[in-house]
Design a protein around this ligand. Structure first.
Ligand code: SF4
Length: 703
């Protein structure tokens, strides 16, 4: 009876970008339990294990509860918030004074509310003269952002989740929603059209096993395969010619480019039969509502941007966009990756404006009531360039907020060595046990999901509410309050006087959004978002004025009228040459290592999910590697044996899982284990600067 709730409220989950609504049962101001929200339009009463365990992970001995600094003998010692903030400011200011303003940088996350991202970006870039900062969204969504921007003129995922249920043909490329986005997969299962489900993936993933057609291509042959499919669509005239004529540029260039990718030659390079290539093209060509979905198999690739654009091209030339059940649809990874994309002020200026356009800087300055001279004209360095800056001494101080590069960054040993080179590393996190915190000179304890408020934006562009339903432990503060305190101690209190609480910042964001494709000026405020079950962007003042009681339709998609975000309203069909694999298996390293999500129950670097006993039980504690039975046999390895995996970067031990999910010559390791990225190759998509996590050559031997 003591756990009986006296009230309930709904908030969106803080893990993946699905953005499920969770009903929180609260007693005396503290959440005592949760259940999935049955009325929320995203998850319709469902939640995955991570969501169910969202409260449990807040209770952990690893929580950072008091500021700590590294003493000269390497121990962490407690200090007051006052001393911590004075140390923060004096250290960073002295580094800037000695080595220039650009010698301090920050790395942030896709898992803070939009208002906190907006605050961090504005504080650093428009106040503290910190020019360089990037988010861990560089590791997951940068490719999709770049692809959309170049193709549509704006980073605008066009879909709504209802499209999973409306398609008659769904194509998943490098995506495994069965475990990566399990509630979205449930939406697929609700599809009543008996749809074709095509899965293009080297691995026989859970989603591939559920497909009507699994296309098991060779790793990173996806771009040539997509060009071959496009060639088949054109050759057979499975096209929407009026859509191409009226709404796109570049069809002739596309046609002549893909003509070189005939099914027979691509069959040889991709390992997919010419018949299957033609069959997939025919299914796409004959579909009435075809949707194409991609995630990290595409984004985390050295040619990811062009691959994503090859997917976009297919949707455009077949007219599969802007209608129910269609779209070229990037599913976001983190709960607020889109908030980072729109509001972090790193690659894009506040609200997805451009740093290099004077009128955009003026607009943003006016919306923020800041002097226009405070808005820089250049974007930030990308994540990899910031790390290179540490290597060559350009970056001396680093502020890491709610992310864990010492685990998640590619070529991990190198990344850790770079963190050790810093003069001063601040880690602001919920937990003081992260791999990155081990390198920190100062730890700032932060509140987590459920302990603060703000908005998350999910994959279908829906703003949803994060609510405060618990007190944060000890002296941990909401990131928002930490940013506010930093502003004060840095001497910027007056400039940020309006930034008093998250909803005040939301109003600033609304002002900055006016007239842009992500205009949210029609939203009345947090209560309105809550009342409507989330609100998708855009929702303009004009939308509000012309709708019934300012209630947006539950499901909205972009480009229904074929008008894209370029000045002439047309989308671009973009093609490029195929680039060679950066690391090809050879006699010394004969196996291609793939990495990715391994389970529905764990999240990223397990920073949070490892704190739940239930989630831990659902996943092997020690690392494992999937290998094919023929490879296992030639190594004399049986299921469960320990094997040593060695790449040119490092060497680790894991248990062999002998399985047909991978083909001979390939192996797969989940990214959740601390050691996986000791093996991965430091290589990047040249357009998005996203790391290519999924193609490292390794050697596997019995340990
Ligand atoms: Fe929903 Fe994703 Fe949270 Fe699971 S982790 S409950 S799928 S939002």
């Amino acid at each position: 009876e003591s756990l009986a709730a006296d009230t309930t409220t709904t908030a969106v989950c803080g893990y993946c970008s699905t953005g499920c609504g969770l009903k929180l049962h609260v007693r005396d101001g503290q959440a005592v339990g949760l259940t999935p929200e049955t009325d929320y339009p995203v998850n319709l009463g469902m939640a995955c294990p991570k969501g169910w365990e969202a409260l449990r992970v807040l209770e952990s001995d690893d929580r950072a509860t008091v500021p700590k600094r590294r003493s000269s003998d390497g121990d962490l010692v407690e200090l007051s918030w006052n001393d911590a903030l004075e140390l923060f400011c004096s250290k960073f200011k002295s580094i800037q004074a000695k080595h220039g303003n650009d010698s301090v940088a920050f790395l942030s996350t896709g898992q803070m509310p939009s208002e906190e991202m907006a605050f961090l970006g504005a504080l650093t870039r428009f106040g503290m003269n910190i020019r360089h900062g990037d988010g861990n969204t560089r590791q997951c969504m940068a490719t999709a952002v770049t692809a959309y921007k170049e193709s549509f003129g704006f980073d605008a995922p066009p879909f709504t989740y209802d499209d999973f249920e409306q398609s008659d043909c769904l194509v998943f490329i490098g995506a495994n929603p069965c475990i990566g986005h399990p509630i979205l997969w449930e939406r697929v299962l609700r599809n009543k059209n008996n749809p074709e489900i095509i899965v293009i993936d080297p691995r026989r993933t859970e989603t591939a096993m559920a497909a009507t057609d699994h296309v098991p291509l060779n790793p990173k042959s996806d771009l040539s395969l997509l060009y071959a499919i496009t060639n088949e669509l054109i050759t057979n005239d499975w096209l929407d010619r009026s859509f191409i004529r009226e709404h796109t540029h570049g069809f002739e260039q596309l046609r002549s480019h893909v003509a070189r990718f005939d099914a027979e030659s691509v069959a040889r390079s991709s390992g997919v039969s010419a018949d299957q290539i033609r069959r997939v093209a025919a299914k796409i060509g004959s579909g009435k509502a075809v949707s194409l979905w991609w995630t990290m198999g595409v984004n985390q690739s050295y040619e990811g941007t062009r691959t994503a654009q090859a997917i976009i091209n297919i949707a455009l030339i077949t007219g599969n966009i802007g209608r129910p059940g269609t779209g070229a649809n990037s599913i976001t990874g983190q709960c607020n990756a889109m908030g980072s994309r729109l509001w972090s002020s790193t690659t894009n200026l506040f609200g997805h404006h451009r740093f290099d356009l004077a009128e955009d800087r003026k607009k943003v300055a006016e919306a923020l009531h800041f002097p226009v001279e405070s808005i820089p004209s250049e974007p930030s360095w990308s994540y990899d360039r910031i790390l290179e800056g540490i290597r060559n001494g350009e970056i001396r101080g680093l502020w890491v907020v709610a992310t864990n590069p010492a685990h998640s960054w590619i070529d991990q040993d190198d990344a850790r060595e770079l963190l050790n080179r810093l003069d001063f590393l601040v880690v602001q996190d919920m937990y003081e046990s992260t791999e990155t915190a081990r390198h920190a000179d100062l730890i700032l304890p932060a509140a987590g999901w459920g302990e603060k408020e703000g908005t998350f934006i999910n994959s279908e562009r829906r703003y949803g509410m994060l609510k405060k339903v618990r007190q944060s432990p000890g002296q941990a503060l909401a990131d928002f309050q930490i940013f506010r305190a930093v502003a004060h101690y840095w001497g910027l209190g007056e400039r940020f006087a309006e930034w008093t609480d998250p909803e005040s910042v939301f109003r600033i964001m609304q002002r900055a959004s006016v007239g842009s494709p992500c205009d949210i000026s029609g939203i009345e405020g947090y209560e309105h978002i809550d009342r409507c079950g989330g609100i998708q962007w855009p929702w303009t003042a004009a939308d509000a004025a012309t709708s019934n009681d300012n209630i947006p339709p539950i499901q909205r998609r972009l480009f229904a009228d074929g008008t894209f975000c370029y000045a002439d309203g047309r989308a671009k069909l973009i093609v490029d040459e195929i680039t060679p694999l950066p690391e090809v298996p050879d006699d010394t390293y004969p196996v291609m290592l793939l990495t990715g999500r391994g389970t529905v129950s764990q999240w990223h670097t397990q920073t949070r999910t490892s704190k739940s006993p239930v989630l831990r039980k659902l996943y092997p504690k020690d690392p494992y590697i999937e290998i094919h039975s023929s490879d296992a046999q030639s190594m004399g390895v049986f299921n469960g044996d320990l094997v040593r995996i060695t790449s040119r970067r490092g060497s680790i031990v894991a248990a062999a899982m002998v399985t047909p999910t991978v083909r001979p010559g390939q192996a797969f390791m989940p990214m959740h284990y601390e050691t996986t990225n000791r093996l991965t190759l430091s290589h990047f998509d040249p357009h998005s600067r996203q790391p290519s996590y999924k193609n490292s050559a390794v050697r596997i031997e019995k340990a």
